[in-house]
Design a binder for this molecule. Structure first.
Ligand SMILES: [Zn+2]
Length: 1132
């Protein structure tokens, strides 16, 4: 690196844009470049997405494009030192053939302009660079620069023609690219990979380059004249590409190679066609890069106990990023075996899917060793994984499996619980699926940086820390449940997903839905007192109902091709609707039949790939054998109606005058009537029913079906009209139920009189159904709110959770209206008895759902401003404010409420105190809580600064946590518009900062959740239209947000007045009844009452039911001068 002299030689084609910035920068960069850096990678990132809805060229539309990287700040020593981008620009119709190279060497950056003579096809500066782009402007070019020669930037081996609009491929002049179809993105079917030898040497503590070598054995299935692999962000070593016959290792002649950037294809052209049946071995050396984008093979850091920055590297390949670590045939159905070798410095350790079979020194590199791993079983590329770290571990045996959990040394004391759960659950699933776990070991690793919650790589499951680490001192009951749930989810994938893999990503839902359902089965086994099966409805079903009630929802099974589309389907519909309809199937088939079909399916397709129809077939066979399904109906008949159609039905039940029979019909449930008219979608609906005469909620096998396409079905044998009936027992079916007015009335009375008669899960169902039917205009709000009145007596968690999450919609819509006061009073009325019952004293050894109930009661009471709750929180926050780990006397369960309430009520000092705690916290769950709580402040400048920090490298907020911060600010009434402005003003920077995998869509839904005015709708629509080509994976979320906002506006105009008058009526009725009682006392005794008229109903003391109750339970009457008597004025 020759920059210390302060002069830089630039080749003729490069001109410096910003002289002043250059010198300090290059000097700053010099030590990093000089370390072990043989190369600097240059990557063009300006024209990345080839997928355009309009069919127009991306670069053309969005140019000129400058750096999309957010501003950087912070210390250069902590941050990855070098980031280089090459950006191209095209100006109108003139081809400039000009590109910018930007070197980000924090905190500085260099920009160089590169011009190229279109008439000359300049040769590349280095022979290594022969990755050639073939399609349009949307290309990624990887260049290499020789060490010490910053001036010798290689000229991209692309000619000027590439800057021109791509030639048209059809007669229609506007079409510039073939439309993205699935076929376009699939590899040719001519080759089947058999085995990979992958050798990688990642310079984790150096310049982050990865020296790699891969050898791929393949069999030719159809004659072919090229070999096509996936590859991205990798530079192939030109002279190392070799193709041989497997049998005799004789060379096969190639005729060059090229890179198809939009499809991430590396194509080796052959001199002659290879015949079907030929077995060949392709090998090549290459260089990759440990990125900081949390995908592919990426790098991460953490601060150890001594305050040192420790580097590590890990992988996230699902769905399409194995190709960033090594060239491969990166499709799930193309399974092969893998022999992995990883080089490491002696002081680090490596992990991969299998056990290490040998370790040997790296020749010629002192201090380095190779870890050679056993060959894997046959598996998909997306399940391959590596970790290079200084982590420590704990081990135990799970049957025949060596089970270990790994974490950074300071966090090892939090790893024990995940090991207990893992060991217990692995052996449980072996017996549940009746198939032994096929690998000799299972490692689980808690990573400081991880994009998703966890990833089920076979034998090497990777987690973010909060999903695997549990501290009994610092983690709450819900943190503990999250650890158990995620561990179980990932272990379920070891069979469902890893052993048998979806043929293509279209069936991702089956993978994720299945694992998301097995979470409940597995955790129910590991923690039987947690009542997981009761929790399903509020945790999963009601949640996804909310999303699936929108017109912009989508079927769970959808064709996908481009990686962006694949990433987009990792959404709630795939996970939670998937889990919900699998649960429905589990109940209508019965557990025994479900397990039987599953086991035969898994055995039949082991080490192979299958589609959803394959599973349906095996389950149908089991169901017909067991006689749990009529012989003329298949699982496919039923399940196709749930997987291929959008949405879900509301089932209407109309009883006849006598009540003894009922007509059942169905219609798609939408929160707002569809703009496109009534939907004619229909589903196979399993019907279960019970009644007041003989309430029995255990019969979850359907007694009847409402077939898809049938106009109606009828139920008979029901009780007389004065007894209620209830459908969808334990809410096992994925649908809502609406009744006639009379039946709702009977259910309301039952809940008020003796709610325990109705199963706890169905109490949750009734709350969620009624409030959402009312929200959709299908049930009067009087009826729905009338049902909620019973909650004052409810002591179980799940009905409360169901009710409050539905009522929270009304609460959100009312926030900025005059009606908020009466609503708040009503909600406080409901919650106060529960609050009084659970108290502020937490009991960590108490029942799990009792702890949940306390958290719910306290968080709502504090949120609604219950004076005692707020006072208690402030006192707990400010009082024993000792540093971690003791960290005050507050129970971990209550910390979120206490922190948020105190920070909301306080100012800068309270915020800074939380920030200090955050910096010191060693437990991920505690860090998460503090991150959310800091978003509760009402100080606008603190909120703005906080958002800036969240999206800036080096601010001590990890990239993976940016969305937690954003959500906290967006949830805050004061912060919402700050977050909305921030999102709009920094859209590009935010999307680039968050990377491809993290869901930008979530940010949209957080910030627009309470939008309910026309002005907000306009802002949303104009941003959407202006950025249509720039929304990437968030496109669907924007469409959903626009629809939600429209719904909210419509809802406000239809329901606001009615709800306010109902709320007024509730307290007023009680008040009137009390006055009648007082009058009666006066008449009967002749006494005069002394104290009711003015004490009730003023601003500080609104006329709510609880205030009336408190005040009028004891009314003082004056008998004679100086002599008093007390009576209750409350109605019976
Ligand atoms: Zn999963």
């Amino acid at each position: 690196m020759k920059v210390t002299s302060g002069t830089v030689d630039l080749p003729k084609s490069l001109s410096l844009i910003d002289h002043t910035a250059l010198m300090p920068q290059l000097e700053l960069c010099a030590p990093y470049l000089a370390q072990t850096t043989p190369h600097i990678l240059l990557r063009q990132t300006g024209c990345k997405s080839p997928l355009q809805k309009t069919g127009e060229n991306y670069c053309q539309k969005n140019s000129p494009k400058t750096s999309s990287h957010p501003k950087t700040s912070g210390s250069a020593s902590r941050l990855p030192p070098i980031k280089i981008k090459q950006l191209r620009e095209k100006d109108g119709n003139t081809t400039l053939c000009e590109s910018y190279i930007q070197i980000l060497c924090q905190p500085y950056s260099i920009r160089l302009r590169q011009t190229q003579d279109p008439s000359r096809d300049e040769p590349p500066a280095m022979e290594l660079t022969k990755t050639k782009a073939v399609a349009g402007g949307a290309v990624v070019v990887v260049l290499i620069v020789a060490a010490g020669l910053v001036g010798h930037f290689a000229t991209p081996q692309t000619t000027c023609q590439e800057f021109q609009p791509p030639s048209t491929t059809t007669d229609t002049p506007t079409t510039t690219q073939a439309p993205p179809t699935l076929e376009n993105y699939l590899l040719p079917t001519s080759l089947q990979p058999i085995h990979y030898d992958v050798k990688l040497q990642p310079f984790v503590n150096g310049n982050f380059s990865i020296m790699g070598h891969v050898e791929i054995e393949m069999v030719v299935r159809e004659g072919t004249s090229n070999i096509t692999l996936h590859m991205a962000d990798i530079t192939v070593r030109e002279n190392t590409i070799m193709l041989k016959n497997k049998a005799d290792l004789s060379a096969i002649q190639t005729a060059g190679h090229e890179y198809d950037a939009p499809r991430e294809f590396f194509v080796v052209r052959l001199a002659e066609e290879l015949p079907a049946g030929a077995e060949v071995v392709l090998s090549m050396g290459f260089e990759g890069f440990l990125n900081d984008e949390l995908r592919g093979f990426y790098r991460s850091t953490y601060t150890n106990g001594n305050g040192d920055q420790i580097m590590l590297a890990a992988t996230q390949f699902q769905p399409t990023d194995a190709r960033r670590a090594f060239p491969c045939l990166d499709e799930p159905a193309l399974k092969a075996t893998f022999a992995v070798s990883l080089a490491r410095e002696e002081r680090m350790s490596t992990l991969s899917n299998m056990m290490i079979k040998a370790t040997e020194p790296v020749e010629g590199q002192a201090g380095w060793v190779w870890d050679h791993y056993d060959t894997t079983v046959k598996m998909s590329t997306y399940l391959v994984a590596f970790v290079v770290s200084d982590f420590e571990f704990l081990s135990a045996m799970a049957g025949q499996t060596n089970f270990s959990v790994w974490a950074r040394p300071e966090a090892m004391d939090q790893a024990g619980y995940s090991l207990d759960v893992g060991v217990d659950c692995l052996t449980y699933f072996e017996s549940y699926f009746n198939i032994p776990y096929p690998l000799p070991k299972q490692d689980m690793v808690a990573l400081p940086d991880f994009a998703a919650g966890a990833m089920e790589n076979w034998g090497l499951i990777l987690y973010r820390e909060t999903a695997m680490l549990y501290s009994s001192a610092a983690s709450s009951a819900s943190n503990k449940q999250r650890v158990a749930v995620v561990v179980v989810h990932e272990l379920a994938h070891q069979w469902f997903g890893n052993l048998v893999t979806p043929t293509w990503w279209t069936d991702l839902w089956l993978n994720e839905g299945f694992a998301s359902f097995m979470e409940f089965i597995g955790v129910d086994h590991v923690e039987p007192t947690w009542r997981m099966m009761d929790q399903f409805v509020v945790d999963t079903l009601h949640y996804v109902f909310g999303i699936d009630s929108l017109e912009s929802s989508h079927p769970i099974s959808i064709p996908v091709g481009h990686p962006d589309e694949i990433n987009e389907i990792f959404d709630s519909i795939s996970y939670y609707k998937g889990a919900s309809i699998i649960r429905m199937m589990y109940f209508f088939l019965t557990e025994a039949t479900f397990k039987k079909g599953l086991t035969t399916y898994l055995n039949h397709f082991a080490y192979d790939a299958a589609a959803q129809d394959d599973l349906w077939q095996f389950l149908t066979e089991a169901a017909h054998e067991d006689d749990t399904l009529a012989a003329d109906v298949s699982v496919k008949d039923i399940m196709d109606t749930w997987t291929l159609q959008t949405g879900y039905p509301v089932v209407r039940v109309e009883r006849d005058a006598a009540g003894t029979s009922a007509t059942v019909t169905q219609e798609r449930f939408l929160l707002l009537p569809s703009a496109s008219g009534r939907s004619d979608a229909s589903w196979w609906v399993p019907l279960t029913v019970t009644s007041q005469d003989a309430p029995d909620f255990s019969q979850t096998r359907p007694s009847a079906w409402l077939p898809a396409g049938a106009p109606s079905t009828s139920l008979s044998g029901l009780p007389s009209a004065d007894a209620w009936i209830l459908l969808n027992l334990q809410q096992t079916g994925y649908f809502r139920v609406n009744y006639d007015a009379k039946n709702w009335e009977l259910l309301t009375k039952q809940l008020a009189d003796a709610h325990e008669v109705i199963h706890v899960t169905n109490r949750a169902q009734v709350m969620d159904d009624a409030l959402n039917l009312a929200r959709a205009g299908q049930l009067p709000y009087d009826t729905a709110l009338g049902l909620t009145s019973y909650l004052a007596q409810e002591k179980e968690y799940t009905p409360w959770e169901a009710a409050m999450s539905s009522l929270s919609y009304i609460e959100k819509m009312f926030t900025r209206t005059a009606g908020y006061g009466p609503l708040r009073a009503y909600l406080l009325d409901l919650i106060t008895p529960l609050y009084d019952d659970v108290g502020f004293e937490d009991d960590l050894s108490g029942l799990h759902l009792d702890q949940y109930k306390r958290v719910l009661a306290l968080s709502w009471a504090c949120h609604l401003g219950h004076p005692q709750c707020v006072a208690e929180s402030l006192q707990l926050y400010n009082n024993p404010f000792t540093p971690p780990p003791a960290n005050s006397a507050v129970s971990p369960n209550l910390k979120s409420t206490v922190y948020c309430t105190a920070i909301a009520g306080g100012g800068e000092a309270e915020w800074e105190a939380a920030w200090a705690l955050y910096l010191e916290a060693n437990v991920g769950a505690e860090k998460d809580r503090l991150l959310s709580a800091m978003g509760c402040t009402k100080e606008i400048w603190l909120l703005s600064r906080y958002l800036d920090m969240a999206f800036t490298d080096g601010s001590a907020i990890r990239r993976q946590d940016a969305r937690t911060v954003f959500r906290a600010v967006a949830n805050n009434d004061v912060g919402r518009y700050i977050a909305w402005d921030f999102l709009r003003n920094n859209w590009e920077a935010i999307s680039s900062y968050m990377g491809a995998f993290t869901s930008l869509g979530d940010l949209i839904s957080y910030v627009t959740a309470e939008f309910n005015t026309n002005e907000e709708l306009q802002q949303l629509e104009s941003f959407y239209e202006a950025n249509l080509d720039n929304l990437g994976t968030a496109t669907r979320a924007f469409e959903q947000a626009i629809e939600s906002t429209r719904n909210n506006i419509g809802w406000m105009s239809s329901n606001y007045e009615a709800i306010v008058s109902w709320l007024d009526g509730v307290a007023e009725t009680m008040w009137r009844e009390c006055k009648v009682n007082v009058k009666a006392v006066k008449i009967l005794t002749g006494y005069e009452e002394t104290n009711i008229t003015d004490t009730v109903a003023n601003e500080d003391f609104p006329r709510t039911r609880s205030n009336i109750a408190r005040e009028l339970s004891s009314v003082t009457f004056q008998k004679t001068e100086g002599e008093y008597a007390e009576f209750s004025a409350l109605p019976d």
